[in-house]
Ligand binder design. Structure first.
Ligand code: ATP
Ligand code: MG
Length: 400
């Protein structure tokens, strides 16, 4: 027996009413993009399912790739038949007898094609009876079967499936707009990016670096992380911001207890400018409440005051251990722990204020006059796309 299709069931997007088409179209695009290495297959989608015609391709590596596509609820390999009783019986018999370690089964028929002459309950009995009388070793168990055979009788054809493989869930990347992710080389921000993608958001990234205090290898680390993130979504544009001069100025002119707060505010200000320039409607960070000095409630309040742009913090209520688990699951962790310096740690004061007072922040910042520097630095920023990195990365090709 050779499965001829993979049936893909949509996840949460089936709840989306009139907008459903936007979501299914995005998912179709993302699935085609993900599977472009499989030249024989054909992807067809309709309102409630996607059908991938295998044309002889092995389903396993395809399923492996689809597991990471957001917007998929579940998947199954399938046998397609005509809407014909005898054909369905044959296919179901083949499926049952080729399975190993199966003693009990159950049939679940769904008949959306009302022209098919037998109702779904009756067909469960008809097909069950047929399978029992054409085999010796099986019994029916409707409560805890070893194998549940699903028969989906649709308008154009019938699909027979058994096991469901869980998809990544969430919404298709690109269906909820874009965010600008503040991407450091740490553990948290790539996880924040991943979780945001899970809600259908496409990423663009911004990274602040301070050469020569931060090295080429620190920059490479960030690009490697962005590249890994691409695996779960689309091409990512990374805005590399040369931050040295401005950081030095902050370091020189702001009392050290407050320099970190001011530096974070300036980072947000620059991020807001880039987001506006790129028509991106939100900023995302990897901040988690209470993790470090800049992430106390008082710090977040003082830092956030600089912008009225929406700042998404998907990790805000998560424990570090849980963040690390996700980081490992998505293969970021080993990159994140490479020991290279980050611009924010190079200039971080020994004792940053954990409860900065906003009026003081504003007072110190008033002397700083950084508008001109921001303009220059935006003019000098480098934009790198992960699609251009991909060609260089053998590891990534293997992943794709
Ligand atoms: P991460 O693990 O993401 O680096 P962290 O726990 O080290 O986070 P911070 O260094 O305080 O915490 O950074 C908080 C957030 O600020 C990061 O999650 C990231 O979104 C942003 N950030 C920090 N450094 C940079 C940087 N050099 N470029 C861009 N964003 C940064
Ligand atoms: Mg960090």
């Amino acid at each position: 027996m050779q499965y001829d299709h993979i049936v893909v069931r949509y996840g949460e997007l089936t709840l989306k009413g009139k907008n459903r088409k936007i979501f299914t179209t995005k998912l179709g695009e993302n699935v085609r993009e993900k599977l472009k290495g499989f030249s024989n297959i054909k992807v067809n989608k309709n309102r409630d399912r996607m059908f991938i015609l295998l044309n002889g391709e092995d389903p396993e590596p395809i399923l492996e790739k689809l597991k990471d596509v957001f917007g998929i609820g579940s998947m199954s390999v399938a046998l397609k038949t005509e809407n014909d009783e005898a054909a369905i019986k044959n296919a179901a018999l083949e499926l049952l007898t080729k399975k190993e370690n199966v003693k009990t089964f159950k049939i679940t028929t769904k008949r959306s094609n009302k022209e098919f002459p037998i109702g779904s309950q009756t067909f469960n009995h008809v097909l069950g009876g047929y399978l029992l009388s054409n085999t010796n070793d099986f019994t029916v168990d409707v409560h805890h079967p070893d194998l549940e055979i699903h028969v989906d009788i649709r308008n154009d054809a019938t699909y027979i499936t058994s096991e469901k493989i869980l998809g990544a869930g969430g919404l298709p990347v690109g269906s909820s707009g874009k965010t600008l992710l503040l991407l450091s080389g740490g553990i948290d921000s790539p996880v924040a990016g991943y979780l945001t993608m899970n809600r259908g958001v496409q990423l663009e990234a911004i990274h602040f670096h301070s050469p020569p205090y931060t090295s080429e290898r620190a920059k490479e680390k960030v690009l490697d992380l962005a590249e890994k993130l691409t695996y779960y979504g689309k091409n990512i544009r990374i805005h590399m911001i040369p931050f040295t001069a401005l950081q030095q100025k902050i370091h020189r002119e702001v009392p050290h207890g407050y320099s970190m707060t001011v530096m974070r505010r300036v980072m947000l200000k620059i991020s807001e400018a880039v987001a506006k320039e790129e028509n991106i409607l939100s900023i995302t960070t990897g901040e988690s409440l209470g993790q470090v000095a800049s992430q106390t409630m008082e710090s977040m309040h003082a830092i956030n005051e600089v912008t009225n742009y929406p700042v998404l913090r998907p990790l805000v209520a998560m424990d570090k251990e849980d963040i690390i688990k996700i980081s490992e699951k998505i293969n970021m962790y080993d990159i994140s722990i490479r020991p290279y310096e980050d611009c924010c740690t190079v200039f971080v004061p020994k004792a940053p204020k954990t409860k900065p007072r906003l009026e003081k922040v504003l007072q110190f910042e008033a002397h700083l006059d950084y508008e001109q520097e921001i303009k220059e630095l935006l003019a000098n920023k480098e934009v790198i796309e992960t699609s251009s990195l991909r060609k260089k990365s053998k590891e990534f090709d293997d992943l794709l």
